[in-house]
Design a protein around this ligand. Structure first.
Ligand code: FES
Ligand code: FES
Length: 153
């Protein structure tokens, strides 16, 4: 069945089962491999993308449910929050192995879009669904604070 979605600003047509996880559609059909597979059961956040600007776990999102909606992956992330988060990640050398980091960045950008000046508690709450096996949590929190400070000017 043909499903129309907009991915990173481009209209795409996918001829797949609407029950297919969005993550498979993104990685296997659209070849956008920046979004990672971790647990497959909405427990790790490695697969986080944005659907209409909101963070969403692509591993448990049937692709049919995002028909005609705007999906953004790490490859298409744009805007002030994205630039600030990516710069802060670089400034603080946040990633270790890097596997979880595209999901972390997607969650961080979604947080700053809805809450430009989050407290440490806000950050911990918003990021609690993004697991990092390298335990980079302290640097992630610092990087989000730094991005928020820079956005504030
Ligand atoms: S792979 Fe989706 S939350 Fe873990
Ligand atoms: S940086 Fe290695 S899993 Fe997070």
């Amino acid at each position: 069945m043909a499903i129309q979605i907009t991915v990173n600003g481009e209209p795409r047509t996918l001829d797949v089962d609407p029950q297919m996880p969005l993550l498979w559609a993104i990685r296997d059909h659209l070849r956008l491999t920046g979004t990672k597979f971790g647990c497959g059961i909405a427990q790790c956040g490695a697969c986080t993308v944005h659907v209409n600007g909101q963070a969403r776990r692509a591993c448990v999102t049937p692709v049919g449910t995002v028909a005609d909606q705007a999906v953004t992956t790490i490859e298409g992330l744009q805007g002030d929050e994205a630039v600030a988060v990516q710069a802060a990640w670089q400034a603080l050398d946040t990633p270790q192995c890097g596997y979880c980091q595209s999901g972390q960045v997607m969650s961080a950008v979604a947080l700053l879009k809805r809450q430009p000046k989050p407290t440490a508690q806000d950050i911990d709450a918003a990021m609690s669904g993004n697991v990092c096996r390298c335990a980079t949590y302290v640097r992630i929190r610092e990087a989000i604070h730094l991005a928020a400070d820079r956005l504030e000017g």
